[in-house]
Design a protein around this ligand. Sequence first.
Ligand code: SAM
Length: 326
Amino acid sequence: YGAGGGYGEQQGYSEERSSAQRVADHYSARSNQTLEERESSPIIHLKKLNNWIKSVLIQLYARPGHCVLDLACGKGGDLIKWDKAKVGYYVGVDIAEGSIKDCMTRYNGDTDQQRRKKFSFPARLLCTDCYEARLDEYLYEDAPFDICSCQFALHYSWSTEARARQALANVSALLRPGGIFIGTMPDANVIIKRLRESEGLEFGNSVYWISFGEEYAEKKFPASRPFGIKYKFHLEDAVDCPEWVVPFHLFKLLAEEYDLELVLTKNFHEFVHEYLQKPEFTELIRRLGALGDGRQDQSTLSQDEWEVSYLYLAFVLRKRGQPSTQ
Ligand code: SAM
């Protein structure tokens, strides 16, 4: 692995690059938790709910033998989900070197915690900035991919128009015609609504806070400047770094420029209500223990965790064109 993601060695890098580096440093520094630490996390049920949502997306769209591109794969938390879907090949890319190393350890199954049967698919891991690099230059031998996933990370590309475009250009260049792009990211409509409802420029609850800078004192966001709308996000035991608002209607329009058509978008609350009705997914959430006995409520999820889940949405895009019949 390793495709020159080491910004730290470069002199005079731009503000965007240093922001990307801050995000990378934050995730690199997060160590793997023990099972006990994980279970005592104040957001354990939220983490389980997020895992359930990602599992549902993967089960809905991944097929046996599929070639998977996992952008911003982190520590490989979704490897088991892809294994259950019986995919044929996996490529994970992340900017954080520490996360890629953890992902490799998890794939090789050589820690006590993760000792399990080997994954049934071959994998390749790459450490680079997915929103800066032309990934097709690294992955031309692996492409085309049947499915691309970017979980809880696409918003890091909206710091500039160039990065947002490179993210979509990468997905489009690497997916086959008819290929699927699944993901999860903050729901800008909810974030801006919460900001406008709050008295100041900060809002949150016992497990998270979001803070906008003074430049947004008027709480106005002109459509002519949709990139680089930065806020600070803190989620207990998970995230503490800058993030960028992604106005979803503009994301949809930009994606169309890259031949990626919207199939589905749902705020997490709507997503939970819809897919919990389906028996195959109810059983899964029961096993994960995110919602207690699997009823359609937040029984074991605290109200504050449930509020955090409202800050996110899931999306599915499809690359234009017909899949080849060969
Ligand atoms: N997708 C994983 C998951 O769902 O478990 C990790 C999600 S974590 C919230 C966000 C991830 O995005 C981190 O691993 C971080 O290093 C990665 N990331 C942020 N900016 C990135 C970039 N420019 N290129 C590649 N990865 C990036």
